[in-house]
Design a binder for this molecule. Sequence first.
Ligand code: SAH
Length: 218
Amino acid sequence: MRQYEDTYQHKGMRRRLVNELKEKGITDERVLDAINTVPRHFFLDSAFDKIAYEDRAFPIGEGQTISQPYTVAYQTQLLQIKKLDKVLEIGTGSVYQATILAELGAWVYTIERQKKLYEKNKQFLFKSKYPNLKFFYGDGFEGLQPYAPFDKIIITAAAPFIPPKLVAQLKVGGYMVIPVDEGENQRMLRLEKLADGTLREEAFEQFSFVPMLTGKND
Ligand code: SAH
């Protein structure tokens, strides 16, 4: 069984990462605190121990990646999480982003389409620290109708378009943060659902995500 240890060295590297994120423009102190609290190296294979706090994406198996810390901080900041917000995440991957949301006090419902990653995450012991984090195996394009509506929705893969079912499952006044394909890269959008059901759109920086794919993969 893998031992999880959070040493002074890890904590020091994490503080340096937080400073780097500040320099890159992340301003939300609660988001920075969450990144300072959650040991990112727990979410990676032990081979990445020494580099887990570099501001980079890393492979996590099944051709997928753990998002770059800057991207996690950026999306989380745009979501403006409040305690007890009900948040839907598409693309559980390593569980790192979901844990940052849970650390901020949200109720997190995260969906993964890769069976192997979903199964691996069920074994992940650190998650027991977060009873407010729930895992689902399924296709994110479908959302999670039984638990809708959500205060916030975050998509952590490159979306070919804005999935209509996710819009339907968002509360009025709620935010969806979604990277939408623009050829090579994706434009980060924040969509607010208005009372008449339409969306108010704000566009932010460009990012590069793995694709959001349809259907489950077992
Ligand atoms: N949030 C993750 C990022 C993982 S990368 C983290 O913090 O590590 C994106 C993930 O989205 C991959 O695991 C991929 O399998 C998953 N994914 C892609 N399309 C999906 C879909 N339609 N539904 C659910 N998950 C999907």
